[in-house]
Design a protein around this ligand. Structure first.
Ligand SMILES: Cc1ncc(C[n+]2csc(CCOP(=O)(O)OP(=O)(O)O)c2C)c(N)n1
Ligand SMILES: [Mg+2]
Length: 507
């Protein structure tokens, strides 16, 4: 038995007994599963642990033993030290019988002295209970079973309701109750109303730009409802519902697309990052936050968004690679809305689908119908449960369709057909959930009108309020990038000032 194996066996044996509530000896078979029962094991592992008072009594070779203290009070350094130093003592004794005990002890002492103090401290900080917990980690979520049915290798896609809102998949338990589904429907309608109004404000020159969420509301509403207060939300730029449900205010969204960086702060929301326009850069931040959560031993998740186009970036590869290597609690959500501006997903990748990319990184991946709120809520709930139990990251490809333009600067009629838009119109996420609720008598068709009118009034009142907020300073836009602004930037600032004077009707 070599140096590390001895400690490993000792730890395994202690873990076994540590998981038992009662003061019973570890079973003979348990030890047998870990090593060959032998007098060597008794001498090199069990007796040293008895001498160091970690074990109270040993019942014959491999016959079991009883711990002296509770497992949580024993640290791994104590086990290491007990097993290794005492074993050395035995080995030296048998090979060099002339040496007396005191010189052997001194020799051993000098070995311990040379061991790096930092290592010793780290190992002393890890209790056996931590090791036991890590050892007993299991995926208690249904994620793995879902994965075995909807394997991206077979191009499977997880759905609960069809395009007509009928349940087509009864075998999976629902994670959202009726009340939750009605609230989700209302909220998706609220977000769509805000979305349409932002497009209109931009056309009136009251916002600078806007990337519409139209058609993708189920994904971010589900994410916003699954993300917990202490979880982290790492946005791209097309998931307004999730930001609002995390605690952002609609005024933040107006500020943001009105060009005021104050909007990026999402000041009322806990554990959220700013919107990220540099494609896929946010994925690296998510992996870093996941690493920090593990380091701090926190049991929270990170939810991060990226588009189908974002999967072609180097950042996507780097973030997913290290997320898996470091076993971080991150749920990567690809909103596959079929386009990156005008580039269709067929020109984005030669892979069978986007979820399958997870295989290369050693993490599970699954395709989900992103226009099916019930399926999205289910998969994100299971994913959260899985990652927060220490099982590493997951990749979710939410298949959807960007019904609107890329942003207010884009014209999709130049690169896609009416026929394609009509095919996707029947899959609209709000329409589907609405039909489901009406069929189940949880919603009445006639209740929409009043609700939508109320939302319009509310949003407009908030927009008028936002328009009263002080304008950002021109210096904020130009003055913080360089200590000495280059000439072209100085000229841009002058030009921009002229434009603002013209726009405001002043000279
Ligand atoms: C690093 C980087 N390169 C290019 C751009 C310009 N750009 C803005 S959005 C976009 C397309 C992104 O498509 P996708 O990832 O599918 O997200 P979607 O807009 O469809 O939600 C591009 C290329 C950018 N913002 N950042
Ligand atoms: Mg896209």
């Amino acid at each position: 038995m070599n140096f590390t194996k001895r400690t490993e066996y000792a730890l395994k044996a202690l873990i076994e007994i540590g998981t038992s509530e009662k003061d019973v000896p570890v079973k003979r078979e348990t030890i047998a599963n870990n090593q060959n029962i032998s007098s060597q094991f008794l001498e090199q592992v069990l007796i040293p642990l008895t001498k160091s008072k970690i074990i109270k009594s040993v019942r014959g070779p491999g016959g079991g033993f009883i711990l002296n203290k509770k497992a949580k009070d024993i640290n791994t350094w104590q086990v290491f030290e007990a097993v290794e130093s005492t074993t050395k003592l035995y080995e030296n004794k048998s090979t060099d019988s002339d040496k007396d005990d005191s010189s052997t002890t001194q020799q051993i002492q000098s070995v311990w002295d040379s061991i790096d103090d930092n290592l010793k401290q780290t190992m002393s900080g890890i209790s056996l209970a931590d090791v036991i917990e890590q050892d007993s980690k299991k995926d208690k979520s249904e994620f793995s079973s879902l994965l075995s049915v909807y394997n991206p290798q077979n191009n499977g896609i997880f759905q609960i309701i069809d395009d007509d809102g009928k349940v087509i998949n009864k075998e999976w338990s629902l994670t959202e109750n009726n009340k939750g589904l009605v609230e989700a429907y209302k909220f998706m309608q609220y977000v769509r109303t805000a979305d349409e109004m932002c497009m209109s404000y931009q056309r009136q020159g009251r916002l600078y730009t806007f990337p519409p969420n139209l058609g993708q509301e189920a994904i971010s509403t589900a994410a916003g409802n699954v993300v917990q207060e202490d979880d982290w939300l790492v946005p791209a730029y097309r998931e307004v519902a999730a930001w609002l449900l995390k605690g952002a205010k609609i005024s933040d969204i107006f500020l943001l697309w009105g060009g005021n960086e104050e909007g990026y702060l999402f000041s009322g929301a806990k554990n959220i990052l700013p919107v990220s326009v540099p494609i896929a850069s946010q994925l690296l931040h998510a992996t870093g936050i996941g690493f920090a959560l593990n380091y701090q031993k926190k049991k929270n998740a990170v939810f991060v968004f990226v588009g189908d186009g974002g999967t072609s970036t180097g950042d996507f590869h780097e973030a997913l690679n290290f997320a898996s290597v470091w076993n971080v609690p991150v749920v990567f959500i690809i909103q596959n809305n079929q386009y990156a501006i005008s580039v269709p997903v067929s020109k984005q990748t030669a892979s069978k689908n986007l979820a399958i990319k997870s295989a290369a990184y050693g993490m599970p991946g699954i395709r989900v119908d992103g226009n099916d709120y019930l399926a999205m809520h289910k998969i994100l709930t299971e994913a959260r449960s899985r990652v927060t139990s220490g099982n590493g990251p997951v990749l979710i490809e939410a298949v959807t369709y960007r019904k609107g333009a890329h942003t207010t600067s884009d014209d999709p009629t130049l690169y896609r057909t009416d026929q394609e838009e009509e095919t996707w119109a029947v899959k609209d996420p709000i329409k589907r959930l609405r039909t489901y609720l009406i069929r189940k008598k949880l919603w009445k068709a006639e209740d929409d009108k009043k609700m939508l009118e109320g939302y319009q009034k509310e949003i407009d009142a908030q927009f008028l309020e936002y328009e009263k907020s002080p304008e950002y300073k021109l210096d904020d836009v130009f003055d913080h990038m360089y200590a000495q602004a280059p000439e072209d930037l100085k000229n841009q600032k002058i030009e921009y000032q002229k434009y603002l004077n013209w726009a405001r009707g002043t000279k």
